[in-house]
Design a protein around this ligand. Structure first.
Ligand code: MN
Length: 291
């Protein structure tokens, strides 16, 4: 059975107690199995309340984040790198506190626009820094998902192939690749090859439209992507991700350039996306079975 997840930004832009309760209950009401917790600002999150709500709703969780320029593994300055490592270890603590085993996102770099290519020294720091975090996570049974994002959101790598090379260099077996259709649509030649290329090192996917709004209202070739997941025997979560100016996360919306209102009703969006993903996976399985 496929686990279907949804990013909290469909419902809330922060983690006040009211927002915490709202995100979990609305994700559950829409029929999802997993809530992806936006962990860019750890100080906001009450892990006890969030964990209690998740258990009451019988929901799984993952957590995702992007680093900032002041705490970046992809940097030549050891002090900046160390702040990044410390922040990521705190995020691992949060994941453990939520009863989750998965931390993903832009864990190796600032999520933002760099004005020059990554330097060899910054890349080496990112490899060593993520290795340190992976070892701390591994001791607690937590996996890391390295999300491959587009050129406007990191300079370190932008394709799954280069992401796999980065993970090879990190060399820890609890580090996986995380593929997002929105980013892959910008950077990859098609949506099948990166899935097949990642194979069993793919542990998580984000389903996002070309404009990050309603699934099916943009240009992404979802049929090819879902068929590739089935062909690859993918059995990880399938998580919907969408952003609109209707829900503002102060730590995230600016970095992701969320300037437009793509939708206003997160509950309707969530229900629609779950139907779309289930139908897409069902069609892909039927197609695969007919081969
Ligand atoms: Mn994503």
């Amino acid at each position: 059975m496929t686990v279907y997840g949804i990013h909290a930004s469909v419902f809330v832009g922060g983690w006040s107690p009211e927002e915490t309760v709202s995100a979990v209950r609305r994700a559950s009401a829409a029929g999802y199995d997993l809530l992806e917790v936006t962990a860019s600002d750890l100080s906001e999150i009450d892990p006890d309340l969030l964990g209690k709500e998740l258990r009451a709703a019988n929901m799984q969780a993952s957590a995702s984040l992007g680093l900032g320029f002041d705490r970046d593994l992809n940097n030549e300055d050891p002090a900046v790198v160390q702040r990044g490592v410390d922040f990521l270890v705190q995020a691992v603590d949060l994941v453990e506190g939520l009863g989750s085993d998965y931390l993903c996102g832009c864990l190796y770099s600032t999520l933002g626009k760099y004005s020059a290519p990554a330097t060899p020294k910054a890349r080496a720091n990112a490899v060593a820094g993520l290795r340190e975090v992976a070892r701390a996570a591994g001791e607690r049974g937590i996996r890391l998902g390295v999300e491959v994002v587009n050129r406007y959101e990191t300079n370190l790598f932008n394709t799954v192939g280069d992401g796999l090379r980065f993970i090879d260099d990190v060399g820890e077996d609890n580090v996986y690749v995380h593929l997002d259709t929105y980013h892959a649509n910008i950077e990859e030649g098609d949506l099948r090859k990166p899935v097949i290329g990642a194979g069993d090192r793919l542990a998580y996917v984000h389903i996002g439209e070309s404009h990050r709004g309603y699934l099916g209202s943009g240009t992404i070739d979802f049929a090819t992507f879902f068929r590739a997941l089935v062909e690859a025997g993918y059995d990880g979560p399938v998580t919907f991700e969408s952003f609109s100016s209707a829900v503002v996360d102060p730590a995230l919306s600016g970095n992701l350039a969320v300037w437009r209102n793509l939708w206003s009703d997160g509950d309707d969006l969530a229900q629609h996306a779950l139907r779309f993903m289930r139908d897409g996976m069902q069609s892909a399985r039927a197609c695969h079975g007919a081969l």
